[in-house]
Design a protein around this ligand. Structure first.
Ligand code: ARG
Length: 458
């Protein structure tokens, strides 16, 4: 059974039918399709376009279909061309002629635009909630490790001492921006397209604002041709998804590196690792790697839809049916990745002693040693040069800035005094960086307080 048989005198080619069909993936829109139809039917009756009795039986019929799908009593048959066709046919089977009036003043083009917008509104809210719990986890772990000293890196070379709390709160900022980006995207998803018809609305006196209000949309689309052919709100969502994937991937990369024997900064919980079929000793960070790898999908989903849309003339084109798998895949991938990542992070053990030792190696306090000379009046460029030479001296003699004697210091500049030791103590290096945004306990406490305020408000 087709929704468009009248014009055709020949049977459809079987392979074409299979190729053309979208029900294998758009069936998951059933709930949105049904709720959209319920609102549409109510509007048709309110505007006197169909009778109250017809609307009543349509709405009851649709509700019974929804119940039966949810309870498992009704299986969505993949013989139908798409979910819209399936639901309409089911309805007509159940209630007869009244069901055939549902599609008055509507096209599948505005119907599908409505369904995907409803789906995405839910998906965005769900992903935002997951980001909130991830941010809670990060904030909790950061709070515990506000004094855990570790080396900060540039070029993956030890650079300056920071704390694990400071480090983790950097990721908090990324996920906060991701959360906000999704919220911004949501505003453009939250626009009601139904009533646009195939492309040019309809001649019926419909009330689009009534439908928008019934379905909880903030506004109604302004141009019918745009409304049925716009998918940039999906591309925005996929862009947000790709960025979240990128942030998770970077974080996972840290965990992979940190759990290597060479770094040994962390131990991931057994529950989030796997073993090797041949090497009995192996414990691999597969989950972190897999989340990192899933970013490939998210980028792929984004490029896929960008490419689908790039040459399409107005208005609806069948190419656009290719949008759904991309948004479903991105939403599913993120849902799993974010929640598994949170669990993995909250169960990881951090080796504070190893991190501290690593911070002591690699001359991470060299900048502070230079700043010491600057505070005694030396221009920074000269101080930089002297400490550079001091570092070479240490390397050649197997020492570091905290183990060489004051006499050795004095060979490089007589501005050095006993207080140099205190000035380059890692704790001092960190606690003296009280600048807003810095690693000191004071500054990270501000970050954590702000984070908590944000989490309470969202
Ligand atoms: N399955 C179609 C899609 O996902 C629904 C809209 C079909 N409209 C049409 N005129 N063929 O885009």
């Amino acid at each position: 059974m087709k929704l468009w048989g009248g014009r055709f005198t020949k049977e459809a080619d079987k392979a074409m039918e299979r190729f053309n069909s979208s029900i294998s993936f758009d069936k998951r829109l059933y709930k949105y399709d049904i709720n959209g139809s319920i609102a549409h039917a109510a509007m048709l009756a309110k505007c006197g376009i169909i009778s109250r009795e017809d609307a009543k039986s349509i709405i009851e019929g649709l509700k019974s279909i929804l119940d039966d799908i949810e309870s498992g009593k009704l299986k969505i048959s993949e013989d139908a061309e798409d979910i819209h066709t399936f639901i309409e046919q089911q309805l007509t089977c159940r209630i007869g002629t009244a069901g055939q009036r549902l599609h008055t003043a509507r096209s599948r083009n505005d119907q599908v635009a409505l369904d995907i917008r409803m789906y995405l509104k839910d998906a965005i809210s769900q992903i935002q909630q997951l980001l909130i719990s991830l941010m809670e986890t990060i904030t909790d772990v950061a709070f515990i490790h506000i004094d855990t000293i570790m080396p900060g890196y540039t070029h993956l070379q030890r650079a300056q001492p920071v704390t694990l709390g400071h480090y983790l709160m950097a990721y908090f900022q990324m996920f906060k921006r991701d959360y906000e980006r999704l919220g911004d995207c949501y505003k453009r998803v939250d626009i009601m397209p139904l009533g646009s018809g195939a492309l040019a609305t309809s001649t019926y006196p419909i009330d689009r604002h009534f439908v928008a209000e019934k379905l909880g949309f903030s506004s109604v689309s302004e141009n019918s041709m745009d409304a049925v052919s716009d998918r940039d709100f999906e591309i925005e969502f996929l862009n947000c998804a790709a960025l979240i994937g990128m942030h998770l991937s970077r974080f996972c990369e840290e965990l992979v590196i940190w759990s290597s024997a060479e770094f040994n900064f962390i131990e991931l919980d057994d529950a989030f690792c796997t073993g090797s079929s041949i090497m009995p000793q192996k414990k691999n960070p597969d989950v972190a790697e897999l989340i990192r790898g899933k970013t490939g999908r998210l980028y792929g989903d984004l490029i896929r839809l960008f490419t689908v849309m790039k040459g399409l003339p107005l208005a609806y084109n069948k190419d656009m049916q290719e949008d759904k798998e991309a948004i479903f895949d991105a939403a599913d991938t993120l849902t799993d990745s974010i929640s598994i990542f949170s669990a993995m992070l909250s169960t990881a053990t951090f080796h504070k002693d190893v991190m501290l030792k690593a911070a002591y190696g690699g001359f991470t306090n060299a900048t502070d040693a230079a700043d010491y000379l600057v505070k005694k009046g030396m221009p920074f460029r000269q101080a930089h040069e002297i400490i550079g030479r001091l570092v070479v001296y240490c390397i050649e003699n197997g020492k570091d800035l905290s183990t060489i004697s004051i006499e050795e210091y004095k060979q490089f500049s007589d501005l050095f005094d006993e207080d140099i030791k205190g000035a380059i103590d890692l704790k001092t290096c960190i606690q003296n960086r009280k600048v807003y945004g810095g690693p000191s306990r004071e500054s990270v406490t501000v970050m954590i307080d702000n984070a908590k305020k944000f989490l309470e408000e969202h």
